[in-house]
Design a binder for this molecule. Structure first.
Ligand SMILES: [Fe+2]
Length: 277
């Protein structure tokens, strides 16, 4: 079947027009998996899915991540809703790839807008395949074999007023090393850029930090970015292996609440190292 889609920008993001029955039946699942990889982000508007329906749809796309809090994860910045999430949420305000603290990141993340903020709260996505492909050849040569150290605490280095408890918890995560260039099994390459990236193996600290920031700045130029302005009930899903994302800051009192489901990944950041391990 061919789904009806409308491109939201030339490089990233498509709106998909469909209905709940089609999504939950799985009849379109192969096409959706292909589309989310080729377009980076898919938006489905106006279906108003409850948790059960969102989960049923997510399951048609692959095995679903079961977090400590269950398969539906509430994304909020309201300490009354969840002190645990309040603790981690400000890291979402900076460009990142989810779970760079693992070797095998999630494939698809899906957000369902249940309550909106009056101010802020847009979510932006950047296409890291296109950003790599458009790099000047000299930069491609420069970064080709670089290995980057990612730390959870680095993801929060621009967040003001962290508590001692937060700092200790972030430091407790073990650093991970990932290549700067992701060699995918589809034959394409993308950038593994994220605020968590803080050191480059064999490079002086200041030079490394400047290079990593330059790569993030490059990848988040307007031509590579789609910024989503939420409407209630919006479903937004993205390929976490070919995009970065961030949320525009919103207030603790804003009430913003998104329900997230996640499809497990099966493509490691570094296939060679993961297979050798
Ligand atoms: Fe995220």
């Amino acid at each position: 079947m061919a789904l009806k889609t409308i491109d939201l920008t030339p490089c990233i993001g498509s709106m998909v027009e469909t209905d709940v029955a089609t999504l939950v039946s799985g009849a379109a699942s192969a096409e959706i998996c292909e589309l989310v990889q080729s377009r980076g982000v898919l938006v489905i508007r106006g279906l108003d899915m409850d948790d059960e329906t969102q989960l049923a749809f997510t399951r048609t796309l692959g095995p679903v991540l079961d977090e400590k809090s269950g398969e539906v994860y509430k994304v909020t910045y309201d300490p009354r809703e969840s002190p645990q999430l309040y603790f981690y949420t400000p890291g979402n305000f900076f460009w990142h790839i989810d779970r760079t603290d693992s070797q095998m990141p999630p494939f698809i993340s899906m957000l369902n807008a249940r309550r909106l903020s009056d101010t802020g709260g847009d979510t932006s996505f950047a296409n890291t395949y296109a950003a790599y492909e458009e790099l000047p050849e000299a930069d491609k040569a420069l970064i080709e074999d670089l290995q980057v150290v990612h730390k959870v605490e680095a993801s929060y280095r621009f967040v003001p007023n962290l508590s001692d408890e937060q700092i200790a918890a972030f430091r407790a995560h073990e650093p991970k090393v990932h290549p700067l260039v992701w060699r995918h099994r589809n034959g394409r390459k993308s950038l593994i850029t994220s605020t968590s990236g803080i050191e480059v193996i064999g490079m002086a600290a200041a030079e490394a930090e400047a290079l990593l920031q330059r790569m993030i700045d490059w990848a988040t130029q307007p031509q590579f970015v789609y910024r989503h302005r939420w409407q209630l009930g919006d479903i937004v899903m993205w390929d976490n292996t070919g995009t970065m994302h961030k949320a525009e800051p919103y207030g603790e009192e804003s009430g913003r609440l998104l329900h997230r489901t996640t499809v497990l990944g099966d493509e490691p950041f570094d296939p060679e190292r993961t297979l050798a391990a």
